[in-house]
Design a protein around this ligand. Structure first.
Ligand code: SDX
Length: 389
């Protein structure tokens, strides 16, 4: 007999509550398909492996916004549009370089994205003729926001965006102040492809729920950023890296197997493992694992990959749980010099493409999203004056 942990309520006596909306199908979509048993992920018709091997992030953006790949002219136009939109209103830049240097990057990103609405000439009007330009502007500006705040908080000069180049190249350039090599750009671009879209995850559901009220895209994305920030969702990759860095402080005594078993014994969740849908290895994780292995060796941090494999094998043997997309992305980002508390911002830089694709899909066939709740409290109590309570 299943009981709701919050009320000890016997749910079998009443309409069944799918906790966490587990298994509930809320929409039809053409943006992605996930087979959690097979470990298959498809973005608008294309298998993630096909996209990982052949696409660029800009092509994936176009795919998620138009349900087809761009032709050469369309791709050039999109790249030019993204480059043109790589600027920030002065007020936003002043916020980024005036706020608390110890502020949490995802909180800063959320505030800055929300401010962008003030400077959109249409004020984020809910108008399907404007959604694409809003999506392009957000996709172009988010990397600029992240890099500008990181430079400021590290006491470095803000680096203006490039007037050419990919989103991946431009981000690494603005973050580090030097143009990345082709391998680093390709690694970043692949990470952006792998994190772009993933069906009805918590942040995408949030984005669609806000869109469904006919609220503007900036509000929808601001809400989605708040959802992605949580450690059970996009915040896990930062926690994964912090675990590996903690192990590093233990020197010769570092034991990833013991760490994992100890957390499990305490019934604590190990970040970077498990998934509501995948019951096998996350297909995105395989690409990230390959990058993690190569980059950890390249940067002399083989131990990070070895500890990761110890954790992976222990989780598999003890709980039959596989890693998710957040697990190996942590060491990949670390290897290309990105600070752990920026990892979820990078997730945002990618998932903005999926979120805005879903926003446009929701708006095209909208109905207010409003589920029910089972009331389990008292009813029609007599009033007791305060002096008698
Ligand atoms: C992302 O939805 C998406 O698509 C998300 C995402 C995307 O691209 O948008 O794929 C990105 O968010 C990946 C997930 C990142 N989060 C983490 O790595 C946090 C750690 N993972 C867990 O919190 C958990 O696996 C969830 C939240 C991801 C899924 O949780 P569920 O579906 O609610 O599963 P559950 O918590 O009910 O766990 C089922 C069982 C439990 O064991 P029992 O109590 O039945 O014995 O599995 C165990 C859990 O204890 N379990 C874990 C575990 N994940 C599940 N045990 C230890 N460590 C874990 N990580």
């Amino acid at each position: 007999m299943s009981k709701d942990i919050h009320t000890g309520f016997d749910e079998t006596q009443y309409p069944h509550i799918n906790r966490g909306l587990d298994g509930i199908v809320a929409f039809s979509t053409t943006k992605s398909f996930i087979d959690g048993q097979k470990g298959e992920l498809i973005y608008a018709g294309y298998n993630i492996d096909t996209l990982a091997e052949n696409a660029t992030f800009e092509e994936v953006c176009f795919l998620l916004w138009n349900d087809r790949l761009p032709n050469a002219k369309e791709l050039e136009t999109l790249k030019a549009d993204l480059i043109r939109e790589r600027n920030l209103p002065e007020v936003v830049l002043n916020y980024l370089t005036g706020t608390d240097k110890d502020a949490e990057p995802m909180a800063v990103l959320q505030s800055a994205v929300s401010m962008l609405a003030d400077f959109d000439p249409t004020k984020g009007a809910y108008d399907s003729n404007l959604f694409m330009s809003q999506a392009i502007s957000l996709t172009a500006k988010i990397p600029v926001i992240i890099a500008a705040f990181d430079r400021y908080r590290n006491g470095k000069e803000i680096v203006a965006p490039l007037s050419d180049g990919s989103t991946a190249k431009n981000f690494l350039y603005m973050l580090n102040g030097v143009e990345p090599g082709s391998q680093a750009e390709k690694t970043m671009d692949l990470c952006l492809i792998l994190h772009a879209e993933h069906g009805m995850n918590a942040s995408t559901f949030t984005a669609r729920t806000i869109c469904a009220t006919m609220s503007d895209m900036y509000s929808s994305i601001t809400g989605a950023i708040g959802a992605l920030k949580g450690p059970l969702h996009g915040g896990a990759n930062t926690a994964v890296m912090n675990t590996l860095l903690e192990l590093e402080t233990q020197g010769e005594d570092a034991d990833a197997v013991a760490f994992t078993k100890d957390k499990l014994a305490k019934k604590e969740k190990i970040m970077g493992f498990g998934h509501r849908v995948y019951k096998v290895f996350d297909p995105r994780g395989r690409h990230l694992q390959k990058m993690s292995k190569g980059l950890s060796e390249e940067t002399g941090h083989e131990e990070f990959y070895e500890w990761s494999m110890d954790m992976l094998n222990t989780m598999k043997s003890e709980k039959n749980i596989d890693p998710n997309v957040d697990f190996f992305s942590a060491t990949v980002y670390y290897s290309i010099g990105i600070q752990p508390d920026l990892y979820t911002c990078i997730f945002t830089m990618s998932r903005i493409s999926g979120w805005t694709g879903h926003y446009m899909e929701q708006a095209a066939n909208n109905r207010l999203i409003r589920p029910r709740a089972l009331y389990v409290g008292e009813k029609n109590l007599d009033w007791v004056p305060v002096e008698q309570r």
